[in-house]
Ligand binder design. Structure first.
Ligand code: ASP
Length: 436
């Protein structure tokens, strides 16, 4: 029997019956037409109800068994295999960078002949796949997790923060964390709080396209991240991703002010309402913003997070019951993404009021992304202020959520927690939005 990695249940039986194996080209008849593509393995979490084909276009399509009437093998493929070339040696005397792997697209590989997806790039593969890294720094790769970033949770933030704090003691010059792009902004924000004052650069990096695709942004993002971690004269938590669609410049974003604003473009990440921290070109750092913290600060990590915070986006007709549900699920802090300057309906406001009365903290951010909340302009906003809603100005909603979990993790409650939420601790909020 050929390899059917990851398939289970009815999907496995169907493929076995057709004599199919991963890497074979299949013709699948469905309720809505025939689809031809290469059978790719399923992920760990895949269900037993879908067959996944890689189409000629390079995209994967999941076909539901409900729609499939026939599966035929039209060409046999080979089981994928990959052996990386040996990694090059680093010249003596280069700075030392710890590269922590967590998973995501940047650490995945697709075999185009067979369509198979390898979920992880191992330590040595990393150096052999991007040989330039060895010229920039002595890279110590370490895989901590191998998951898509949708599955990253506060417990992972804690483990990452602990590892970085240890690395500071091990005298590395910088740390790079490779991470899926979907929740990269949340992790960057979380680490900015947990590692506030960190004396070295900590650079999170992802990729929109996997490293083996010709259009991949992974190698350059990674080289820039390692180069910044190794040589920048500033410290703190940053995100390195393509500045634009061309393959020559990388934007270095502040960890608390960055957002994935496009689903697929290589320059999907943007700094919101603040200038970039730096721009990296192939020759090194080309521009560095003023006022970034220098290396070598004193710091005391505070790595605990408490998941008792919820992020709710207001929408017209939002039932107040959703606020109650967040409360019942254990939320001690609710971050609202209100409309415009920070508004919600009367119904939702009423629920927030009773949440606050019962000891909860309700905070307001805006779903506008740019600009800042201002609850003093309209009556509806003033009512929210009176009932005790804390407005967070220009803090990004995702950053506010990570911050709330961190604030709760410190053990702060009541006024102390409120004060921490309102204060600027890691560049997450500015008194006035930067121009332009
Ligand atoms: N869903 C993937 C993740 O965030 C996408 C990526 O890696 O860019 O892990």
């Amino acid at each position: 029997m050929g390899d059917l990695s990851g398939y289970k249940g009815a999907a496995l039986r169907l493929l076995e019956g057709a004599g199919a194996a991963v890497g074979d080209v299949l013709e699948v008849r469905t309720a809505w037409g025939a689809v031809t593509g290469t059978l790719v393995p399923r992920y760990l979490y895949g269900d037993g109800e879908h067959v996944v084909l890689k189409l000629k276009s390079g995209y994967n399509v999941g076909l539901s068994l409900e729609d499939i009437s026939e599966v035929r093998v039209s060409a046999k493929g080979e089981k994928p295999s990959f052996s990386p070339p040996p990694p090059p040696e680093s010249p003596e005397g280069l700075p030392r960078v710890l590269v922590i792997g967590t998973g995501g697209t940047i650490a995945s590989r697709i075999d185009y002949r067979t369509g198979a997806v390898r979920p992880a790039v191992t330590s040595d593969e990393l150096r052999s796949l991007v040989p330039e890294l060895s010229q920039v720094a002595r890279v110590d790769p370490e895989i901590m997790f191998d998951i898509m970033s949708e599955n990253i949770a506060p417990s992972h933030w804690t483990k990452l923060a602990r590892r970085v704090a240890r690395a500071v003691g091990e005298e590395v010059d910088g740390v790079v964390i490779t991470h899926g792009t979907d929740t990269l902004g949340y992790t960057a924000a979380a680490l900015s709080f947990a590692l506030a004052g960190v004396p070295i650069p900590v650079v999170l990096v992802g990729a929109q396209r996997s490293p083996d695709r010709p259009s991949s942004d992974a190698p350059l993002n990674l080289i820039a991240a390692v180069s910044v971690a190794a040589t920048a004269n500033f410290s703190g938590v940053y995100v390195a991703m393509h500045l634009n669609e061309s393959d020559d410049r990388i934007a270095i974003h502040r960890g608390t002010r960055v957002r994935k604003n496009h689903t697929s473009r290589r320059d999907a990440f943007e700094s919101v309402d603040v200038p970039l921290a730096a721009v990296w070109g192939r020759g090194g750092l080309e521009h560095v913003a003023e006022g970034l913290p220098p290396r070598g600060r004193e710091f005391e990590p505070s790595v605990r997070f408490d998941e008792g915070a919820a992020l709710l986006k207001f929408y017209p007709s939002m039932p107040g019951a959703l606020v109650r549900a967040a409360r019942r699920s254990g939320a001690k802090v609710i971050i609202m993404e209100g409309t415009g300057l920070g508004h919600v309906s009367e119904e939702v406001a009423k629920e927030l009021k009773s949440f606050i009365r019962s000891g909860g903290m309700a905070c307001m951010t805006s779903q506008c992304i740019r600009g800042r909340t201002d609850l003093s302009v309209y009556d509806t906003g003033r009512d929210l202020i009176h009932m005790g809603v804390l407005q967070l100005g220009d803090m990004l909603p995702e950053t506010a959520l990570a911050k709330a979990m961190w604030v709760l993790g410190t053990g702060a409650r009541g006024e102390k927690a409120r004060k921490l939420m309102a204060e600027d601790l890691a560049g997450e909020t500015t008194a006035r939005t930067f121009p332009g």
